[in-house]
Design a protein around this ligand. Structure first.
Ligand code: UDP
Length: 455
């Protein structure tokens, strides 16, 4: 029998990518801990790949993006994918709502990724409370807000750029869809469209915490009711209030956890560089080569996540030649790795989840951003949060080996390295405080829940 004692039932709808599923999955777990039933709806393709297991209160269900066999890879173009997902996704989301209608726990609230703004229209059609959940930094969202509303005109013709609540930004600090006009028109449209209907949303959530971006949150709060509710990291690594919450539990790729842990456990404290470019980025052969030579030259141990699709780009015999100095894996449990004492620095693409994980676990960073919001986040890593350095890119778009080596040394053993460690420790403490009982994010989560439940 279904338990009727839940305070309400939320349906979380992430954009189908690892970096979007993780935060919405974690937020759903938080809501379960507040007495709600939660269902995370992924696409059929993602569901079949990840094979999630429902528990008594956290359920998994599906909608369709119209590409059930192969997901995004099956689509002819980004544009075609997004269009088909809107059409088929709207219909199958409606079906999911109807399926739950006459049960003990009909859906009371849809928390949707604003990359999928059509989900709000579906929620409204059924008279359901709709909450937008932004998965990037408040600063990045506010930049897109300004562009969407014509407050920041494109193309940008004069720099530096001033946006209230944000540090002064150069062109290279802007999200790539803005600094490189026309680079990905369909994605550019998508990030701006996040604001096409967000003013009609009943709540706006953002995966950050107030203390991390107070000025940006204050500025954006003047134009919409914003609730920072992060970091959405498994509770084990922060407040430890949620039982058995030590992993995201859903992976698009198979993790080599056992090998990583065994290898890391043989290395001295703070001696290993961890490198990952997340789930989506694809590096050029030249960039992979520069990284490989920098690692060899740096003389530090390293653990490098090279996805199967990127492996052929490694220099010939690289893996054999490094011996025990380095370990190359196709995927790992990043949280486990970042929390291992052996890690001294994270060379990251500055995806928002990875950055927030490093801040939350107290690991200083070398930022090597590739595209989208990563450039802006890298600016914050270096100049606002002061927890690492951002590698300089040459005219050919490559970060060269000397620069990578310099940045690694700076963080691992340079004079500034000590400050980065001190600063990141402070952010970790503030992250824990924000999500702990009575902290800023915890209070915002309670406020959010009170908007659609009766008791
Ligand atoms: N991740 C992981 N193992 C890896 C690499 C990444 O578990 O080997 C996770 C990481 O912890 C993060 C997510 O994948 O939660 C990547 O999200 P992010 O926003 O950093 O980057 P994206 O993949 O969206 O570019």
């Amino acid at each position: 029998m279904e338990n009727k004692a839940y305070r309400g039932h939320v349906l979380a709808l992430p954009y189908p990518g690892q970096g979007h599923i993780n935060p919405l999955l974690q937020f759903s777990k938080r809501l379960v801990s507040k007495g709600l039933k939660a269902t995370l709806a992924t696409t059929i393709y993602i569901h079949n790949t990840m094979q999630p297991q429902s528990s008594s209160s956290l359920q998994f269900d599906t909608i369709s993006d119209g590409y059930d066999e192969g997901g995004f890879a099956q689509a002819e173009s980004i544009h075609a994918y997004l269009n088909r997902m809107e059409t088929i996704g709207s219909k199958t989301l409606a079906d999911l709502i109807i399926k739950n209608k006459n049960t003990a726990n009909p859906i009371d609230c849809i928390i949707y990724d604003p990359f999928l703004p059509w989900a709000l229209e579906v929620a409204k059609k059924f008279g359901i409370f709709g909450a937008a959940f932004f998965t990037q930094t408040c600063a990045v969202n506010f930049i897109y807000y300004n562009v969407h509303h014509g407050l920041l005109k494109l193309p940008i013709t004069s720099t530096p750029i001033s946006i209230p609540g944000l540090p002064v930004l150069e062109l290279e600090d802007m999200p790539s869809f803005i600094s490189v006009p026309g680079s990905y028109p369909a994605y550019f449209e998508m990030v701006l469209n996040q604001f096409s209907s967000s003013d009609k949303a009943d709540a706006v959530l953002v995966n950050t915490f107030y203390e991390l971006e107070p000025e940006a949150v204050d500025s954006m709060s003047k134009v919409c009711q914003l609730l920072p509710i992060g970091p959405t990291i498994p509770s084990f690594y922060l407040d430890k209030r949620l039982e058995n919450d030590n992993d995201y539990g859903l992976n698009l790729f198979v993790s080599d956890s056992f090998i990583c842990n065994n290898w890391l456990n043989t290395k001295p404290e703070g001696s290993v560089i961890y490198l990952s470019f997340g789930s989506l980025a694809s590096l050029s052969n030249k960039q992979m080569e520069e990284l490989a030579f920098a690692l060899k030259g740096s003389k530090f141990h390293f653990l490098w996540v090279v996805k199967a699709s990127e492996e052929a780009k490694l220099p010939e015999k690289f893996v054999e030649e490094i011996g025990n100095a380095g370990l190359v894996v196709q995927w790992c449990s990043q949280l486990e790795v970042l929390s291992n004492k052996a890690i001294g620095c994270f060379l990251t693409h500055c995806g928002w989840n990875s950055t927030l994980e490093a801040l939350s676990l107290g690991v200083p960073m070398v930022g090597v951003p590739q595209w989208t919001d990563q450039t802006t986040t890298a600016k914050y890593v270096q100049d606002v949060w002061k927890v690492g350095v951002r590698a300089k890119v040459c005219e050919n778009g490559i970060v060269e080996r000397e620069e990578i080596e310099f940045c690694i040394k700076e963080v691992m053993e340079g004079k500034r390295g000590k400050d980065f460690k001190k600063n990141v420790k402070k952010w970790r403490e503030l992250a824990i405080k924000a999500i702990s009982e009575g902290g800023s994010s915890d209070k915002n989560i309670d406020e959010f829940v009170s908007k659609f439940v009766n008791s």
